[in-house]
Design a protein around this ligand. Sequence first.
Ligand code: URP
Ligand code: ZN
Ligand code: ZN
Length: 463
Amino acid sequence: MSFDTLIVNGTVVTATDTSRADVAISGGRVVALGESLPRENCKQIFDAKGKYVLPGGIDVHTHLDMPFGGTRSADDFETGTRAAAFGGTTTLIDFAIQYKGQTLRTAFDDWMSKAESKAITDYGFHCIITDLPDAQMEEMPQLIRDGVSSFKLFMAYPGVFMLDDASIFRAMRTASKHGGMICMHAENGGAIDVIVRQALAEGKTAPKYHALTRPTTAEAEATSRAIALAEMAGSPVYIVHLSCNDALEKVREARDRGLPVYAETCPQYLYLSLEDMEKPGFESAKYVFTPPLREKWHQEKLWSGLKNDHLQVVSTDHCPFCFKEQKELGKDDFTKIPNGGPGIEHRMSLVFSGGVASGKFSVNRFVELVSTTPAKTFGLYPRKGTVAVGSDADLVIFDPNREHTISVKTHHMRVDYSMFEGIRVKGMPDVVFSRGRVLVEGDKFNGRPGSGQFIKRATYAGV
Ligand code: URP
Ligand code: ZN
Ligand code: ZN
């Protein structure tokens, strides 16, 4: 018996188990797990003594090469997946946008052409639906069969992305009948629009008004409405980028009633707060994304939600815009600042550091939040999201003791600032494998654009 690659002496961590085992890789898959596996004729051996061997991270919420607010997100599928790999993320699910009047298939084809020759890690797509006449509704089952088994709908951004309740309800019914999942951007866009127009009329144009015009109640109301619509439709629902305790309470109540309701939060809501919106001048434009930053006390509630499974996933909502020339589009009017922030590279370290290293939850729960539950919820499991014989060898040798200060000076994202500048994390990826290929080893990058594969995802089967 000989293997392509062996990882020896490491501690293998899955969502349920922690064990001392060697991991053998051949043909891009894990082929054996066990103590003292034979090393003869093995092409390469990695020593993971004192380190964890984790399933590769799965980021189910990214926006690469996305047109938005008169510009385009700064990372494409090459730079974005490269940065993801440096951070230990080996699969991502990006959002393919169907613009009004387009077919859903056009959205899928457009995003495939952005990704296929560039992606370094594996990837899949959700489809953002902005317009749902009967013809597009009829396309949903075929898209699900083609592996795009989830759809993002917006209750915010009227006139751009927002769908009315009837369309949302119909989409939920169709998705659930065919094993699809609805991901919901839950904010009351109508009410927010009124508050925004009033702020502008009063001359309140600075970036902080982006946050102050989007109250937590608008998020809680929409979250509650999304859950009610899903309950009536008999469908699961996944609330994206949940930012505050008010919305979390709605999710917790629904889950306590046994409804198939899931929610993610993102590192920016765990580490940053409204205080960052008080930075001088135009600086706070760096933190203009939606939902916005909240008062600091929400952070502890979100961490506790992650620990207690009221929240199931941490994704990034990576949607980078450079400060120069992109964020600056809104210098005189916060509504013109492109919404979004960069985070694809630091999710694993930020969640490990704030969650595990600081003693809030176990390393198994960490794996569950950043890899296993994303895989299970979005039809990637067990091919991805665990370390098991037969699974893809998407693996991370992770050093729980290595410390790092996050900075624009050292990050790999194609953006001119870091949302997490100066934050010191404990826990960093050392070696990152995608289907057995070494993408990153320390500071060295070995990936190749185009080597990432589109992953046809299975239908939702309950988690
Ligand atoms: O501000 C954000 N979150 N930009 C990306 C689009 C979205 O709503 O997820
Ligand atoms: Zn959104
Ligand atoms: Zn997003």
